[in-house]
Design a protein around this ligand. Structure first.
Ligand SMILES: O=C(O)CCC(=O)C(=O)O
Ligand SMILES: [Fe+2]
Length: 361
């Protein structure tokens, strides 16, 4: 059950930040923030891999090498910047502008979509699952966009027309891109194309739009708690050129510097499970700064709600390896994920088959 939020400012961090001068209220102060990696004379800042969609689509005689690279990136990093993704630049720009306008609108307009107790779709700050839980320095808007009949009638359908129209177009374009990526990602790990299609085509899709206000004490708060996404893949758009995303690689937190015109693609927990652990979901977080707000739009691509979330049947058959993760129906998987507080990769750990446990398939 989510606890109600005894906070001023309509439960909006954006409104709270406007009123603050020096110090952050204790509900937002994190107790155990891990430091960001700082390069020194003998070390440099590692940067996340770049994948060029043109190379993948026109792989030709090089295709096996391109797929091998994709596989190694999804295994070692679980995140990459995708360039030449083919999504119309003017549509992406429009999407960004509409989002900035949405978050800059007066609070009354956004409160139309306010999160209700016990629900996880709508506009608001961190959903609380425990007394004393810390609140992230951000406001979010999360909603399911596909299947269409699962859309909440008071959210996307009630958006201002320009935002709604742009978002609909953007969702369709990203859906195409998502399916192309799933095809390639499946192929690279020996999952039958038909199985990928069956699982993800017209699957459950959702978006999270986030607004991170500037913060007077940015080193005390976190914009988004460390987590891995409960998704197949996530396609992330940084909206206003302000950095803040960090990934945990080999135990250290490194910042992601978005390339202009690139999307950042994450491997989510469901793809880790589906690939039977060949791919690794990436733990990530967002930090904030004292000068400028940051905005992002994440789109999550998942299996159909009635599909099984478990190691791919064709992969198990093709490789002969035993399943390392349990299988759960997508709808149930989501319910369990959202009933918990975000906490690194702990939910994925629960899906692992431990020694002595039977294989649930
Ligand atoms: O704001 C970002 O860059 C990250 C967003 C994210 O990880 C999420 O919404 O799950
Ligand atoms: Fe995320």
């Amino acid at each position: 059950m989510a606890f109600s939020q005894p906070l001023p400012s309509h439960g909006s961090v954006q409104e709270l930040a406007k009123a603050l001068t020096l110090t952050v209220p204790h509900q937002y102060v994190q107790e155990h923030l891990e430091p960001t990696f700082v390069p020194n004379g003998s070390s440099t800042l590692p940067s996340i891999p770049v994948i060029d969609m043109n190379d993948l689509i026109m792989g030709g005689s090089n295709m096996h090498l391109q797929l091998k690279y994709l596989r190694s990136v999804c295994h070692e990093w679980g995140i990459f910047q995708l360039v030449n993704h083919g999504v119309d630049k003017s549509l992406v720009e429009k999407m960004k502008n509409e989002l900035v306008e949405f978050f800059n609108a007066p609070i009354e307009k956004k409160l139309k979509y306010k999160l209700k107790g016990g629900e996880y779709e709508g506009y608001g700050q961190t959903i609380l699952h425990a007394q004393g839980q810390k609140i992230d320095w951000a406001d979010r808007f999360y909603m399911i966009t596909n299947p269409r009949h699962r859309r909440k009638s008071n959210l996307l359908p009630e958006f201002p027309p320009l935002l709604r129209d742009t978002l609909e177009k953007y969702l369709l374009e990203l859906q195409k891109l998502g399916m192309t990526l799933f095809g390639l990602i499946g192929q690279a790990v020996d999952i039958d194309k038909g199985e990928m299609l069956e699982i993800f085509e017209d699957g459950m899709q959702s978006v999270r739009m986030t607004y991170y206000p500037p913060c007077p004490q940015p080193e005390l708060v976190v914009g988004l708690t460390p987590h891995s996404d409960a998704a197949g893949i996530t396609i992330l758009l940084q909206v206003n050129n302000v950095e803040g995303l960090q990934v945990k690689k080999d135990g250290i937190w490194i910042p992601v510097n978005f390339l202009s015109d690139a999307f950042v693609v994450n491997v989510g927990d469901i793809l880790e499970i589906l690939s039977n652990g060949v791919y690794n979901s990436i733990e990530h977080r967002a930090v904030v700064n004292s000068i400028k707000e940051r905005m992002s739009l994440a789109m999550f691509f998942n299996p159909k709600l009635e599909a099984d979330v478990g190691p791919s049947k064709s992969l198990i058959r093709n490789t002969g390896k035993p399943p390392l993760y349990k299988t759960l129906v997508m709808e149930q998987y989501l319910k369990e994920f959202f009933s918990r507080k975000l906490n690194g990769k702990t939910f994925l750990e629960k899906m692992k088959i431990k020694n002595g446990e039977g294989h649930e398939t």
